[in-house]
Design a protein around this ligand. Structure first.
Ligand SMILES: Nc1ncnc2c1ncn2[C@@H]1O[C@H](COP(=O)(O)OP(=O)(O)OP(=O)(O)O)[C@@H](O)[C@H]1O
Ligand SMILES: [Mg+2]
Length: 323
C-alpha cells in the first residue's frame, strides 16, 4: 500500500455506525496511500463503505458514524487528530470533495457568484472583488463563460452544473480532491468529457484524486491504481491496468466478469452470484466466503489481512497470500 511520495496515508481506518439495532462496522482496518498527483480509484458494490471512507477523510462524517480507529496522515499531520478549527482551515483548502449528489450540492436560491465568493472569502483574505475575479478564472478553467457567474444553478445544464461543482472544489487549489461518483447522473458522453477535463486539470495543477465510481471501465481508464472494497474492507489494490486482466482476489475476478472488456472479443458477462454481506453477520475469516467460487476450509478461520503478493500488488485472499 505504501507509495514513495504519498499525499495521504490511511492506516487501519475503522468507522462504525451506532444504530438502535446495534453497532455496524462499515469500514474495517482500511489502509492505503495515494501518491502526490496520483488518481486512486475506489470501487466495490453499493454499501461496501466507499462514501464512508471519503467522508471520514474529509472529517465530514456525522453521527451515527464514528471513526473508531486508525490514522490519516496528510503532510505530517494526522487528520483524525485535528481540532474543529484546524479541520475548518484544512477542508477545501488542502483537500476538497465533489459529492455523490453533486447535482444537488449547489444552492438553488443563490447566484454562482455568491456561492463561489462564499467559499473563497471564508477561507482566504481576498476582497469581494478579488474573489469574483478568482471565480471568473475558475469558470474559464471548466470552460464556462465568466459572464455566467451572475446566473442561478437552474440556468445551467446538468453537465455544466457538474463542472461548476468541480470548479468550486478547485477554488482554493487543494492538494487532493475526493470525487465520489462525480458523473453518475450524466450521460456517458458528458461523463467522459468531464473526466477528461478533470484529468487535464490534474495534470496542470498536480492534485491527487480519490475517485469513486461504480463504472469500473471508467475507473480503469482514469485511475493510476485501484482499490477494491468488499463489506467494509479493502480486499485488493493494484495498478489499474492489471487489476481486471489479472485479479488477485475472486471478488475482483467476479467484478471483472460483470463488465464488458474495453478491447478484444465480446464474452459472456457472469456477474457475482449472491448478496452483499449483512454487516450484522460478519463471519470468521474471509468476508467474501459465502459468495466465493474458490472457497476452502482455511477461508473460514482467523482474519484476512491485505498483504503484498508481489511488488505493487496487494490482496487479502489467502489463496494468493499463501502462494
Ligand atoms: N446513517 C447510517 N446509519 C447506519 N448505517 C449506515 C448509515 N450510512 C451508511 N450506513 C451503512 O454503512 C455501509 C457503507 O455505506 P456507504 O454509503 O459508505 O457505501 P458506498 O460504498 O458508498 O455505497 P454506494 O455505492 O451505494 O454509494 C452500508 O452498509 C450502509 O448500510
Ligand atoms: Mg457512496
Amino acid at each position: 500500500m505504501k507509495v514513495q511520495d504519498p499525499q495521504i496515508s490511511i492506516r487501519n481506518l475503522c468507522v462504525d455506525y451506532v444504530t438502535a439495532a446495534g453497532d455496524v462496522r462499515a469500514v474495517n482496518n482500511v489502509s492505503f496511500d495515494i501518491g502526490k498527483g496520483e488518481v486512486f480509484g475506489l470501487a466495490g458494490e453499493s454499501g461496501c463503505g466507499k462514501s464512508t471512507v471519503a467522508f471520514s477523510l474529509m472529517r465530514l462524517h456525522k453521527p451515527p458514524a464514528f471513526i473508531t480507529g486508525g490514522e490519516v496522515m496528510f503532510e505530517g499531520r494526522d487528520l483524525l487528530k485535528l481540532n474543529e478549527q484546524q479541520v475548518t482551515d484544512f477542508r477545501w483548502k488542502e483537500m476538497s470533495m465533489v459529492f455523490q449528489s453533486a447535482m444537488n450540492a449547489l444552492n438553488p436560491v443563490l447566484t454562482m457568484e455568491e456561492q463561489f465568493c462564499d467559499v473563497i472569502m471564508r477561507h482566504t483574505n481576498m476582497t469581494r472583488e478579488q474573489a469574483v475575479r478568482r471565480a471568473e478564472g475558475l469558470l474559464e478553467i471548466v470552460d464556462i463563460h465568466p459572464s455566467r457567474l451572475r446566473d442561478y444553478p437552474h440556468q445551467f445544464s446538468g453537465g455544466m452544473r457538474q463542472r461548476l461543482v468541480i470548479a468550486i472544489a478547485l477554488a482554493l487549489n487543494p492538494k487532493m480532491i475526493i470525487m465520489d461518483e462525480p458523473t453518475t447522473a450524466l450521460d456517458v458522453v458528458v461523463q467522459r468529457e468531464i473526466l477528461q477535463k478533470i484529468y487535464a486539470l490534474k495534470e496542470e495543477f498536480g492534485f491527487a484524486i480519490l475517485f469513486i465510481t461504480h463504472d469500473i471501465s471508467l475507473m480503469v481508464e482514469f485511475s493510476d491504481r485501484i482499490g477494491i472494497m468488499y463489506a467494509g474492507e479493502l480486499i485488493e489494490v493494484a495498478p489499474s491496468k492489471q487489476i481486471l486482466e489479472n485479479p488477485y482476489h475472486p471478488y475482483t475476478e467476479g467484478l471483472s466478469n460483470s463488465f464488458p472488456p474495453l478491447l478484444g472479443p465480446k464474452t459472456r458477462l457472469t456477474g457475482i452470484p449472491g448478496n452483499p454481506l449483512n454487516l450484522f453477520e460478519i463471519p470468521q475469516g474471509c468476508r467474501f466466503q459465502a459468495r466465493c467460487p474458490k472457497v476452502h476450509d482455511q477461508c473460514k478461520q482467523g482474519q484476512n489481512i491485505l498483504t503484498q503478493v508481489e511488488p505493487g500488488r496487494f490482496s487479502n485472499c489467502n489463496l494468493f497470500n499463501n502462494k
